[in-house]
Design a protein around this ligand. Structure first.
Ligand code: ZN
Length: 162
């Protein structure tokens, strides 16, 4: 890890690290990811946008020399997250699920109309807990999937007291 220590962290995950990208987005970190992008354009984008490249690919690091890079070693997405958290000294997030895990856009409150159209009636989910993504129009609310993700995060990062 070179000169990245004091920046507000923004990441770019290479094509092999899609699940790590989702975890970082869940924690609120701006994490660019596109499985179809080639290595050369990844590095150009990262350098231009001052993002830290996350990659397991030694070849990419040695040949394309991104300005900011963290080489990931583990195969397991949550151990990969641990590597990023340790290297960047990331602390407990103030809130999870503030950013779209699919397209990386910060989430917004949902309008009453959208709430009516998108949230199943039987769910009885308070509107204040529902968020929408202005990027891809997905609607998010706390459910079994988010509870499962939070559970795994609590297990692996007990020091965060989530
Ligand atoms: Zn989205």
């Amino acid at each position: 890890m070179n000169d990245a220590a004091n920046e507000a962290y923004r990441f770019l995950a290479d094509a092999m690290l899609g699940r790590l990208a989702r975890w970082l987005r869940m924690l609120g970190y701006d994490t660019w990811y596109d499985a179809a992008a080639d290595d050369h354009s990844l590095v150009m984008r990262a350098d231009y946008e001052r993002r830290i490249v996350l990659t397991r690919d030694r070849h990419l690091i040695e040949h394309l020399r991104p300005a900011r890079v963290l080489r990931i070693v583990s195969d397991d997405p949550l151990l990969q997250l641990r590597e990023v958290v340790s290297a960047c000294r990331i602390e407990a997030p103030a809130a999870c699920f503030t950013r779209c895990m699919v397209c990386n856009t910060p989430l917004q409150p949902v309008s009453e109309e959208e709430y009516r159209l998108r949230v199943p009636r039987g769910l009885e989910m308070p509107i204040a807990l529902v968020r929408r993504c202005p990027g891809c129009a997905r609607v998010y609310w706390p459910g079994s999937h988010t509870a499962r993700m939070l559970g795994r995060l609590r297990e692996r990062f007990p020091e965060w007291r989530l």
